[in-house]
Design a binder for this molecule. Structure first.
Ligand code: SF4
Length: 151
């Protein structure tokens, strides 16, 4: 399972298949990671430094975190894509098409000027999370998405 959690400053990615249940996240930042709550990750009023420290101790990076750099990433289902915006200017997108129970994720691209900010990962996770919640079968013809899914 892949989930994405955001606030204005940071984005946290969760890949449940990598989790070995060490609970380092829960012990390191109990206000933000609580397995007895839904959702179990809460970034409201999060201290970004504290979240980073907790996630540094996550074995195998089941949880990971990036700064948003003021880039907004939105899921735009009407356009079959997620899209990234810098002050209203579109600087990246992840495109898909849905056919029955299958979603084909075929293209992910970010303006090279914005490289090194994990924007492609944010774009891909937005779509993957939606697909998993809708119980769609993901066909990742985009090599970047395939890599995230471990295929
Ligand atoms: S620290 Fe990582 S491996 Fe440990 S419980 Fe949290 S998510 Fe799972």
């Amino acid at each position: 399972m892949h989930r994405i959690y955001e606030n204005d400053d940071i984005t946290v990615f969760w890949d449940s298949e990598r989790c070995v249940h060490s609970r380092n996240c829960v012990m390191g930042a109990p206000d933000n990671f609580n397995v007895n709550k839904k959702p179990w990750v809460n970034l409201e009023n999060a201290d970004a430094a504290k979240v980073w420290q907790a996630l540094d101790k996550c074995p195998d990076k089941a949880l990971s975190c990036v700064y948003n750099h003021d880039i907004k990433v939105l899921l735009e289902e009407d356009n079959c894509r997620s899209a990234a915006y810098d002050a209203g200017k579109k600087i990246g997108e992840c495109d898909y098409k849905i056919n029955g129970e299958t979603i084909t994720m075929f293209h992910t691209e970010v303006d090279p000027e914005y490289g090194g900010k994990s924007i492609a990962k944010r774009l891909a996770y937005k779509v993957i999370e939606m697909a998993e919640k809708k119980k769609l079968t993901i066909n990742p013809t985009c090599s970047y998405v395939a890599k995230i899914l471990g295929e």
